[in-house]
Design a protein around this ligand. Structure first.
Ligand SMILES: [Mg+2]
Length: 311
């Protein structure tokens, strides 16, 4: 069983109640607590030593990543983060100064985004450190951007560039909170997700939730310098384009807008965020699956993104 089959089984008949507007299957849960103009966003995420960070990685950056991943999911809904709880599980033997440095990484990012660290839990886990973050945020009522709103004909956009993150920037990425909120305030964004598992995997989440397909223009996919460099290394067998499609941990935004909004979005973006690339990489189509188009024609993309339990 792969990660997504397992998730599907586990989430088939979850208990629910009147508070749940959008449950499992999006970047955050959306809950209605009766606040006049706002809905609550609720998210949890964990990082594990040896999987999401290497043993001995700079501890401030480990802390940064633990919180940034959750913030990125709040961004994917165009929300504003409010408060977090931190659970840290430590091996029997640990270095106190490392744990303090992890917390200073968490705290620095929290302050930057006006997020309260409202409590947490410390526990033990043999051998590997684990940090889990639970986060609440707010979004104006009716303004949360879901994965399920993509429509045939929509233009598909991605921020930044993709691939090679684990070899370069995965411990220090900046969650795209301001960018996502600005997009939602100024344009009708149909669907949005943050790229954690890789473009090929995460775009499929939008397609599945929206019951549509996608056609990507190969030459337009923004391949990162890290992915290009890695492909020149002796140990790598991954061409840069495949790296950009499947590496994961990019934490950029992927979203769709009506085709009539594509040029206005691009023009306004360049003025608002001149230092961050925004690229139209293709369009939403009727049907299903991802088609890649280049000079030699069209082919179905079979690659998926990163999966935790893939064999
Ligand atoms: Mg996400």
């Amino acid at each position: 069983v792969n990660e997504f089959e397992l998730i599907e089984k586990l989430t088939r008949s979850l208990p629910t109640n009147k508070s749940v507007v959008t449950g499992s299957g999006d970047d955050c849960a959306v809950l209605d607590f009766g606040l006049p103009d706002k809905l609550l966003l609720f998210k949890t995420d964990a990082i594990v030593e040896g999987i999401h960070f290497k043993t001995g990685a700079p501890p401030e950056k480990i802390g940064h990543k633990a919180l940034a991943r959750c913030l990125s999911d709040i961004a994917a809904m165009a929300g504003t983060p409010t408060a977090a709880l931190i659970t840290i599980a430590l091996p029997k033997k640990f270095d106190e100064t490392v744990v303090e440095a992890i917390y200073s990484g968490i705290n620095a990012l929290a302050r930057k985004h006006d997020v309260a660290i409202a409590g947490g839990e410390t526990t033990t886990n043999p051998e590997r450190m684990l940090i889990s973050v639970a986060l609440v945020g707010l979004v104006p009522r009716g303004k949360a951007i879901l994965r399920s709103g993509a429509e045939a004909g929509d233009a598909i956009f991605v921020t930044g560039d993709l691939g090679g993150s684990l070899a370069s920037r995965h411990l220090e990425f900046e969650p795209r909170l301001a960018e996502a909120r600005w997009l939602a305030e100024h344009f009708s964004i149909h669907a949005m997700i943050d790229l954690s598992d890789g473009l090929a995997g995460d775009l499929r989440h939008i397609l599945k939730a929206s019951h549509v397909g996608a056609e990507l223009l190969t030459t337009s996919i923004p391949v990162s310098r890290a992915a290009k460099l890695a492909s020149k290394g002796e140990s790598s067998t991954k061409p840069p384009l495949l790296a950009a499609l499947t590496d994961g941990e990019d934490f950029e935004l992927l979203f769709t807008v009506a085709s009539k909004d594509a040029v206005p979005v691009l023009d306004a973006w360049k003025k608002q965020f001149p230092k961050l690339a925004l690229t139209c990489i293709g369009k939403i189509t009727p049907g299903e699956g991802i088609t890649l188009r280049d000079k030699s024609g069209k082919r179905l993309l079979t690659a998926h993104g990163y999966e935790h339990f893939a064999k």
